[in-house]
Write a protein that binds this ligand. Structure first.
Ligand code: NDP
Length: 506
């Protein structure tokens, strides 16, 4: 594709719509800092416009009142449309987020399609009505429960997996008949804007799916606090998640929060070293470590620490680190200068705390590395779980190795964290691994693998990693209200048991 700068507008009411201020924000390629796109810097007035469009579409029933079969048909069309646009979406996602093209083409686009397809499949299978199972109370009564959309949802997403994390919100929201306004991260808004157009062309009615781009500190905040928003789906830092929870509490809004993590990986003493090293790299180097559930606290039997770290280093040296658009690249750049600064700052904090660096520790330089935001895979050894860089989320390619002496101690260290998003066990003994998995206080546990998120299983965290779950029927539940309808079938006032119980039939 050419090196033109792509120009976008906001997507409101099924149309490209200029922002009211006319101001634009640059979107860059983090591998070389070239401006690749420009998007409007939306104002609160634009947010009002998007919410008005979402509310009007919702109240009109144009989508909410469609039959299940009609919704499934449109979501199926939307799934096929995403797949048809696979190359463009993968290209733009990689270009703006720094994710390797090898991954976005294979995983990210198909995950968006999977979220839509799975939401449609669950919608089709979900009982439309649940009948009360107890026999009627003295009077003849029919009680049943239905699910309804919540109304207007706001989806606020981060920059690490822009498309996937948007789909985790809009797919269940749409399946349940809601309207949605998405606010993507300022540095990676492009693919969410593209998806809005693709889905609208595939049959989602105008106004049901809107996208506004602009700073979280102004319009994100405004959106989350807005009285027209009934439900917020947020993925991002625990700090902003906490602010959103406060705003949601004021308006008693429904909210799903998927926040930070510092996930432990426990290597058992029966583990195969080669497997443990590969699993560790998968856990902490995927997307240069910028994944909320990255495995970044490595608990290893003390006697195995040196051998495992040597094996990890051997494998790291074979990685191709560079331009994410090259299919041969294994690890791309960090997404922004700001995130690179955060990583370098934490490495200094680790050094100051006395943790030793066994590998890496620096920003990469020379050749193409000087143009972008590249950081070496970094391994701290002999860490202590009380150290700041071990407890807090770094969001970069940094592993903290914590040697342990017995398994109970390892599990206690693993659970000694304010977070509870992901966890992992490496072992050749399936029974032991599963016993350890059950004792970990985290929303997901992977055994001999990592990062396996599927549209048919729930994803979310314990403790400060958030609340609620995304994906599968849990997500559809989280984007709907339940309503009990109770009909008394007594034919006249005199045979009405409840009226007579209180003397209201005289
Ligand atoms: P943020 O939590 O700040 O951003 C996530 C989203 O929220 C973005 O769309 C952002 O907009 C928006 N936002 C920011 N402030 C507000 C606000 N006050 N009200 C409403 N929305 C807001 O994450 P960062 O991008 O700043 O990353 C900081 C750290 O967060 C990372 O270093 C990492 O530790 C963690 N993080 C965790 C992620 C996860 O998946 N759990 C994902 C990304 C980051 P805008 O982009 O315009 O600021």
């Amino acid at each position: 594709m050419s090196k033109e700068v792509l120009k976008y507008q906001l997507f409101i009411d099924g149309q490209w719509t200029p922002g009211e201020s006319g101001e634009m924000m640059d979107v860059i390629n983090p591998a070389n800092r070239e401006v690749v796109a420009q998007v409007p810097r939306a104002t609160p007035g634009d947010v009002d416009k998007a919410l008005h469009s979402a509310r009007r579409a919702f109240e009109s029933g144009i989508w909410a009142n469609k039959s299940i079969d009609e919704k499934v048909a449109v979501l199926t069309n939307a799934t096929m449309a995403v797949i048809a646009n696979k190359d463009r979406l993968a290209y733009l996602e990689s270009l703006t987020s720094g994710a390797t093209m090898r991954r976005t083409g294979f995983v990210d686009v198909m995950s968006v399609a999977g979220s839509l397809a799975m939401s449609a499949a669950i919608l089709k299978q979900m009982p439309a009505v649940e009948h009360a199972i107890c026999p009627p109370w003295v009077a003849p009564m029919h009680s049943y429960v239905i699910r309804e959309p919540i109304g207007v949802c706001a989806g606020i997403t981060p920059w690490n997996f822009p498309m996937i994390l948007a789909a985790y919100k809009f797919a269940p929201a749409l399946a349940m008949g809601n309207s949605i306004v998405m606010k993507p991260a300022s540095i990676t808004p492009v693919t969410t804007l593209e998806l809005a157009k693709i889905l609208t062309d595939a049959g989602i009615p105008p106004g049901v799916f809107n996208v506004i781009s602009g700073p979280g500190s102004s319009i994100g905040n405004y959106l989350a606090a807005h009285p027209q928003v009934d439900k917020i789906g947020f993925t991002g830092s625990t700090e902003v998640g906490r602010q959103i929870a406060h705003l949601a509490a004021d308006g008693i809004k429904r909210v799903t929060l998927e926040l930070g993590g510092k996930s432990p990986l426990i290597v058992l003493d029966d583990a195969d070293i080669d497997m443990a090293a590969s699993m560790t790299l998968l856990a902490f180097l995927t997307h240069s470590g910028q994944v909320c559930e990255s495995g970044t606290r490595l608990l290893v039997p003390r006697k195995m620490q040196d051998q495992l770290v040597d094996k990890m280093i051997e494998k790291i040296k074979k990685l191709n680190i560079g331009d994410q658009m090259d299919l041969a690249t294994d690890m791309g750049p960090i997404a922004s200068q700001e995130q690179l600064n955060t990583i370098m700052n934490y490495i200094q904090i680790g050094k100051d705390a006395g943790a030793q660096i066994a590998y890496g520790g620096s920003r990469m330089s020379g050749g193409i590395y000087d143009d972008g935001f590249f950081h070496e895979p970094t391994i701290f050894i002999d860490c202590d779980n009380s150290m700041q860089h071990v407890r807090e989320e770094i969001f970069g390619p940094v592993q903290c190795v914590l040697p342990y002496d017995d398994l109970d101690e390892a599990i206690a260290i693993a659970n000694d964290s304010p977070y509870g998003l992901g966890g992992g066990v490496c072992s050749t003994n399936a029974t032991r691994a599963q016993q350890v998995a059950k004792r970990m206080r985290t929303g997901s546990v992977w055994i001999n693998t990592w990062h396996i998120l599927r549209p048919d299983v729930p994803f979310g965290g314990y403790k400060e990693s958030g609340y609620g779950r995304e994906n599968c029927y849990h997500a559809l539940m989280a984007y709907s209200e339940v309503k009990h309808i109770c009909q008394d079938l007594s034919p006249d006032v005199n045979s009405h048991f409840v009226y007579s119980l209180f003397g209201f039939n005289r």
